[in-house]
Design a protein around this ligand. Sequence first.
Ligand code: FES
Length: 181
Amino acid sequence: MEASRRDFISVAIGSLGAIGGLGALYALVRVMLEPSEIAALGAKTEVDVSKIQPMQVRVTSWKGKTLFVIRLSQDFKPEGYPLKGVKNSKGTTNYEILKEHNVFALVGICTHLGCIPLWKPQGEANVAQKPLFHCPCHGGFYTPYGDVITGPPPRPLFIPPQKLSGNKLIVGEEGFIKELI
Ligand code: FES
């Protein structure tokens, strides 16, 4: 009985020590970083795109949001999708912005009500027999560039700022895309 009481007290003291240590570490980090640096924590996501096969999508996150990193194949044909005709914040299609690139990232959040679309490399009967994203919540469909094919999404998927450096795609840093579009 006495031994288990001693054990309990030792565990309690050890836990308090660990919590105190974490608190001290947090305080130290706050002192070492400027407020702008703290705000920027997690603002960049780096993905080794050499590990993504053609026509595959890597799902990761950027600033707490789902992120799709896509590698199109060299022979991928962007034509043939029946588009809904909605535009991004630049007043263009995403394709017009991304057409020179076969590796890029999109924010993986449906622009209708925020579900996460699914990647369907074989396409979907009655929509397009070509690779596309399907948001099953209310039947939204997007091309691999994030342009809306059909369904309720009011605009294309967002394109985050991004830069390609060798095999590294850095999302959250100005490069071939400078700002969130
Ligand atoms: S949330 Fe995607 S279609 Fe409604």
